[in-house]
Design a protein around this ligand. Sequence first.
Ligand code: TRP
Length: 331
Amino acid sequence: MLGEMKAVFSGVQPSGNLTIGNYLGAIKNFGAFSEEYKSFYCVVDLHAITVTQVPAELRRRTYETLALYIACGLDPAKNTLFVQSHVPAHAELGWILDCFTMFGELSRMTQFKDKSAKHAENINAGLFTYPALMAADILLYQTDVVPVGADQKQHLELARDIAQRFNSRFGDVFTVPEPYIAGTGMKIMSLQEPTAKMSKSDENPNAVVRILDPKDDIIRKFRRAVTDSDTVVRFAEGKDGINNLMTIYSCFTGKRLDEIEREFDGRGYGDFKLAVGEACADALAPVQSEFARLMADKAYLESVMRAGAEDAARCAARTLNKVKKKLGFVI
Ligand code: TRP
């Protein structure tokens, strides 16, 4: 709890290539939190440098990520949108929590194992302590709920353990956060391998539709989507490809599955795939034009990130001061 209000916090890697899975399963629904929760969305540039970055690209993607979140419906007047490195309290509490996180715990993190296998030339200490910084992000804001993908669940459990460890030693300092696993009800699958989740790092470009893909690409990707040898548009076991396309169509149009079955009764898969592609492209068109408009207005984006950082810093300072006092720092 942050004062009177519950708080929601999520961190977003600065990468502009979010998919329709991220959009439908997560971002599109985040706006709803702001009615009841104090909501923080943070572009995590400190986390990003745990793998090698090209500076100009990191800078561009930081703006892009912020612009994309606003374009997807997160209103800066109702949500605190900011950049992690603009609020030094993250790095400060990150260091402190490093000292309350065990080597053994960090060694068990599957993302660390995966990333160190993938970046064998750069297994740096930041990559190892990444989850303690993530815990700091969350705990600074007395966060109640953290919307994350299933891949972040282990990190969130560690954040809870760290909070509990600190609290049991020093009294109630941190709210213990709950995960909100985004997209469990609305899982969007790969277009090429519909039994696997659509992943933003998939190497097959036809498997993934990105929020910023041009209309032609979207139509083409849906046209090539893997289906089955049946010919009926019907939601049924074993029809993973069609089920996925029906889910996507339903999300973008608001139509129910039985309505979709009726709409395409007696029509082939070709017609259906085209309709899904068009519904997707039409729904994304306003997001894309808003994104383009925002990217052309860097001054506006900078004013959003400044105001966000100011608000975040004020909230973070309260927690950080309490932590320092408990630790015995002279403040
Ligand atoms: N580790 C998260 C990811 O890769 C990003 C992240 C950083 C985060 N800090 C966070 C997510 C705090 C939720 C809360 O997706």
